[in-house]
Design a binder for this molecule. Structure first.
Ligand SMILES: [Ca+2]
Ligand SMILES: [Ca+2]
Ligand SMILES: [Ca+2]
Length: 337
């Protein structure tokens, strides 16, 4: 990195910083814990700049690096004030996934003081949270993915989320305040392996179930891709796929890179004329995959890497461009040999 700060500016900044720290304690650390601005310095100091709270002491002793707070899973899991709720639970980031500079997590009105045992979460805020970590999901990158948590006592879905397109082999979901202590749940999830936009029993689509028996506190599970499928049934909500999308969306093709075939998917907000073309990097149009009126909803088009004349195209990067509804979207794909 280039240094553009002059020596005199540096001295001024250092002087200002030392003045500020002596007057206002380490107020910059407020931005280094999730929802830190909700409590200000009160999370770490009993009085501004005064004695530290249990949370402030824990950070001071074990979670500073170069004067900055090291927020993460470990500090989140600890319960500094011993009130039975972890620091992360009290700050709405139970698994310590928040990073400084990003949007504050969770519901700010649920935040309680991790440095005071008289400040504790109540009602929904006291409910436990769940984190599901996925790894090695490479076979499904680019596919639609859905996960839901079902209360096994009444078969009701207590939380669900989806990804319109899996972006990476590793990803995670956090469901805040979804679990009741002592209750049991099943976590059902599936990837739209055949790309048709609806759930099909395995092995056509890949679907799995993880059981959470009698949960106690904030709970974390991890899952790596395997072929031990469970048919999670047709009750999974895919309503939003049937529903008309509100805007034109062009998804990453899958697989990518590819050989010999890939699938391009997009969502159309209203019925209308659609043109889907493929160009090479020189800007020449090499194929037209669609040209005509299409219905609203999810559309899926396969391409076998052949040009207008049916000839196999050389390996390389190609651009696919979707024109519809007065808009144009483009993405890149890579053909391998
Ligand atoms: Ca606590
Ligand atoms: Ca507390
Ligand atoms: Ca499917």
């Amino acid at each position: 990195m280039k240094r553009t700060v002059t020596r005199s500016t540096m001295i001024m900044v250092v002087t200002l910083l030392s003045l500020t720290t002596s007057l206002f304690a380490r107020s910059h650390r407020v931005d280094q814990i999730p929802n830190g601005s909700e409590l200000g310095c009160a999370s770490c100091h009993v009085t501004p700049g005064g004695p530290r709270t249990a949370f402030g002491t824990l950070i001071e002793n074990s979670y500073l690096s170069g004067g900055n707070v090291v927020w993460g899973p470990e500090l989140a899991a600890a319960d500094a004030d011993g009130d039975g709720f972890s620091n992360g639970h009290e700050l709405e980031d139970p698994f310590g996934v928040w990073t400084s500079g990003s949007t504050n997590p969770g519901n700010t009105s649920f935040v309680t003081n991790p440095g005071s045992n008289s400040s504790v979460p109540e009602g929904d805020a006291a409910k436990s949270s769940f984190q599901m970590q996925f790894t090695d999901m490479t076979p499904h990158v680019g596919q639609y993915f859905e996960i839901r948590i079902v209360d096994t006592s009444n078969d009701l879905t207590v939380a669900s989320e989806d990804l319109s397109s899996i972006g990476d082999a590793a990803y995670e979901f956090v469901f805040l305040h979804a679990l009741e202590d002592g209750a049991s749940y099943q976590v059902d999830f599936w990837a739209d392996h055949n790309g048709n936009g609806t759930y099909d029993a395995p092995p056509t689509d890949h679907a799995w179930r993880v059981d959470l028996a009698s949960v106690s506190g904030n709970t974390m599970e991890s899952f790596s891709h395997n072929t031990n499928f469970t048919d999670i049934g047709g009750t999974v909500s895919i309503d939003h796929l049937a529903a008309v999308p509100t805007e034109l969306v062009l998804y990453d093709n899958y697989p990518n890179p590819f050989n010999p075939e890939t699938v391009i998917r997009y969502e159309l907000a209203a019925p209308g004329f659609v043109e889907l073309n493929v160009y090479n990097l020189q800007g020449a149009q090499v194929a037209t995959l669609q040209s005509g009126v299409r219905q609203a909803g999810l559309q899926s088009v396969a391409w076998n890497a052949r040009n207008y004349r049916g000839e196999q195209l050389p390996a390389g990067i190609y651009i696919y461009t979707l024109r519809a509804d007065g808009q144009m979207h483009s993405k890149r794909m890579m053909l391998l040999k």
